[in-house]
Design a protein around this ligand. Structure first.
Ligand code: SF4
Ligand code: SF4
Length: 418
């Protein structure tokens, strides 16, 4: 389909956004892939310029009057590679004077390439097959989803107003993070439910972000119906990518508003934590917090994680140069790490370098992909820092206080803090 329209997947706003790039180059200062590859052929303005050419060849007035031009296959393949080498971190859009929402635009252009049979790339193609057969994009056994990390002492309810969704990357690649989530919820006295290891399947983000949409409607409907059957009013999760998917894309694939509210775990626990504060154990050391792209730029959540960290007495919170909505990607985003592994490691090491240089004892994260990739980036690297998830750290501060919490703090969101 080389002569097919290139605007079919795009909203009118996105067509206007592609046209709005002035090639000013401002975004180049913030793109992590540019930082490590220095390759202008895969830069945001170049991708937008090339895509504009595609639109011109197939959708301009001239193309409509005199016939669409065929686009060279090699050019399409190069563009496809460029669009998949991006981590979809959205930093380019954050600083774009033309206001281009790149974190939403790049996945749409990937979708266009998938429809033309050009994307996704490499092992990204296995994602639908793995999800179909195992419920997760890694192809790991469904029976092991909660194995080895779910604390035996935590009792789940069959039905409850609050549900916790662990997500695939947390459950299989960042177990201390999801263990921390569950320990914190239980220690704060929250009564919650979870789907079992056959029901809790991938949220769909890896499919969405790689442009492979075919299974999405089924997955989303299945998950939403399962939570609805359990009487859920608040769905809590810690993975920023899952959260984005649930908040922004589940309603689209579900076909209407969700019957529950989706919340990041830091937002959910904050009101409960404020009451429990004096019961936190004092910790020590300098911590530095890395804002995950889909939590900060994607969902705009930068305050709640910091408030959670500041509630732990004895620790000194310091900031990376680029923080909050200006944060630098950890290198793992957008499923790019599956194909462009070296970029991901090189980008991850930039954050490790800075955290070490600033004298932090621990690098605090709030994303399972960051957690897995930054740990991997330290393998064989001379600089090391202890990596800890925000809930893992809070669980440490709550340890020993759990029994008291259960009897004194609000249960199951009964305070309606939202
Ligand atoms: S989304 Fe991030 S990685 Fe992709 S082009 Fe923009 S700044 Fe670069
Ligand atoms: S900052 Fe925006 S307008 Fe400027 S080159 Fe980048 S995408 Fe284009």
């Amino acid at each position: 389909m080389p002569k097919e329209s290139f605007v079919k997947e795009l909203s009118p706003e996105q067509v206007a956004e592609i046209d709005a790039c002035t090639q000013c180059g401002e975004c180049l200062r913030y793109c992590p892939v540019q930082e490590v590859t220095k390759n202008p052929d895969i830069s945001p303005p170049e991708k937008l310029r090339v895509y504009r050419e595609f639109i011109k060849a197939t959708d301009s007035l001239k193309a409509r009057l005199f016939g669409r031009k065929e686009i060279d296959r090699r050019l399409l393949e190069e563009f496809t590679k460029a669009i998949y080498e991006c981590t979809t971190c959205g930093a380019c859009g954050q600083f774009c004077p033309s206001g281009i929402n790149t974190q939403r635009l790049w996945p749409t252009l990937r979708r266009e390439m998938v429809k033309r049979g050009l994307g996704p790339l490499g092992s990204q193609r296995e994602i639908p097959y793995n999800i179909e057969n195992t419920g997760n994009p890694y192809g790991k056994p469904m029976s092991e989803r909660f194995k080895g990390w779910f604390p035996e002492w935590v009792n789940l309810k069959d039905t409850a107003p609050v549900a916790y969704y662990a997500g695939c990357t947390g459950a299989y690649e960042a177990e201390p993070m999801v263990r921390g989530d569950v320990v914190v919820l239980a220690s704060l006295g929250v009564e919650f439910t979870m789907l079992n290891n056959e029901e809790e399947v991938c949220c769909g983000f890896p499919l969405f972000i790689t442009g492979q949409h075919d299974m999405l409607q089924d997955i989303v409907k299945r998950l939403v119906d399962s939570y609805q059957r359990r009487g859920v009013q608040y769905l809590v999760c810690s993975c920023p990518c899952c959260l984005n998917m649930m908040a922004k894309d589940w309603p689209v694939f579900y076909g209407g508003p969700l019957p529950f509210k989706v919340l990041h775990i830091t937002e959910f626990i904050l009101p409960i934590l404020r009451k429990a504060r004096t019961r936190l154990r004092r910790l020590s050391g300098r911590i530095i917090y890395h804002d995950p792209c889909y939590l900060s730029r994607g969902m705009g959540i930068v305050r709640a994680p910091r408030e959670v960290l500041r509630s732990i007495e004895g620790v000194e919170l310091i900031e990376l140069d680029r923080h909050e909505k200006n944060s630098r990607c950890c290198g793992a985003g957008g499923a790019a790490r599956k194909v462009f592994h070296e970029n991901a490691i090189a980008i991850g090491r930039l954050t490790i370098d800075e955290a070490v240089r600033k004298g932090a004892d621990r690098l605090v994260l709030s994303c399972p992909a960051c957690y897995a990739k930054l740990n991997e980036a330290m393998e064989g690297y001379e600089r090391k820092i202890k990596i800890v998830d925000i809930m893992e750290l809070l669980a440490e501060a709550l340890s020993g206080a759990a029994a008291e919490m259960v009897t004194t703090s609000s249960r199951g969101g009964a305070d309606e803090p939202f």
